[in-house]
Unconditional design. Structure first.
Length: 281
């Protein structure tokens, strides 16, 4: 049986605004993003996007208050994501990915936790292929990387978060953060699944797991991207078709991206669906 086809976009060293604008453009979809020979009713192609940021930036979770993230106060580049969760520092030692698809796609059939589970299985397989030992989902174990008061995604863990031990210590530290946004667009359910994989460390996220420290060797973006592409194909039973954003998508991404770093969007009033941890250490 011929595997289903997903679109693959690799857009490295993009500006924070364009990074977010393109993910929104892919989430919303367009007539030009329908696969070759597909009927329009089938919707936009499922898309795996791999990217890095230039310059480095902090992205706030959609429901986070700006003041809950001390690191954002003095950082030169800050945006707000469409997806929830905590803030993330996107830097040279980090690979970001997004998956955009219809809510009824076979890859994400079932519950919301099921869709996280499958995506995390793919990411864990990629990390293991890079040589990272002891990669697991946190489940009931606490994470040594959890910290109060920073507002950072990697300092707050949940049972499905991907973690691994560092330097032969007995506990786990979080090394991957993911979050989703689900919408209805033109009568169709759509999903954006964001992910951040820590290959190297950042002074803004001390104490988290990194692939480089786990294997005691630098992990470059190209190797991590190749591992993740292979793992996605294996987990979801698809093949990836390399592509580039269309002119329509680029224009739309540029327009949509303008709001992500705007003062109004960054400092907007938020309902606290996400709150800093109240754990006592």
């Amino acid at each position: 049986m011929k595997p289903r086809e997903w679109r693959l976009l690799e857009t490295y060293d993009v500006s924070p605004a364009l990074a977010m604008g393109l993910d929104e453009a892919l989430l919303l979809g367009s007539d030009t993003s329908v696969g070759p020979g597909s009927a329009q009713e089938a919707g936009p192609e499922p898309t795996l996007r791999l990217y890095t940021w230039q310059p480095d930036a902090i992205s706030l979770g959609y429901f986070q208050a700006f003041d809950d993230v001390p690191a954002a106060h003095d950082h030169a580049a800050v945006v707000r994501r469409l997806t929830g969760g905590g803030a993330i520092h996107h830097h040279a030692g980090e690979l970001t990915f997004s998956i955009t698809l219809d809510a009824g796609d076979p890859a994400y059939v079932g519950s919301v936790p099921d869709s996280y589970e499958r995506t995390h299985e793919a990411v864990m397989a990629a990390l293991r292929s890079l040589g990272v030992p002891g990669v697991v989902m946190r489940r009931d174990a606490p994470c040594l990387s959890d910290r109060d008061g920073t507002g950072m995604c990697f300092h707050e863990s949940t049972p499905q978060d991907i973690c691994w031990p560092m330097d032969r210590e007995p506990g786990l530290r979080k090394g991957v953060g993911t979050a989703q946004r689900r919408i209805r667009e033109r009568g169709r359910g759509r999903i954006l699944h964001h992910g951040s994989v820590k290959l190297g460390g950042s002074p803004l996220e001390p104490g988290v797991a990194t692939a480089a420290e786990a294997i005691r060797s630098a992990v470059d973006i190209e190797a991590a991207a190749a591992a993740l592409k292979d793992a996605v194909c294996a987990e979801f039973g698809v093949r990836l078709r390399p592509d580039s954003p269309t002119e329509v998508e680029c224009r739309r991404a540029a327009d949509l991206g303008q709001r992500y770093g705007s003062p109004e969007f960054l400092h907007r009033s938020v309902r606290r669906h996400w709150t800093p941890s109240k754990r006592s250490k």
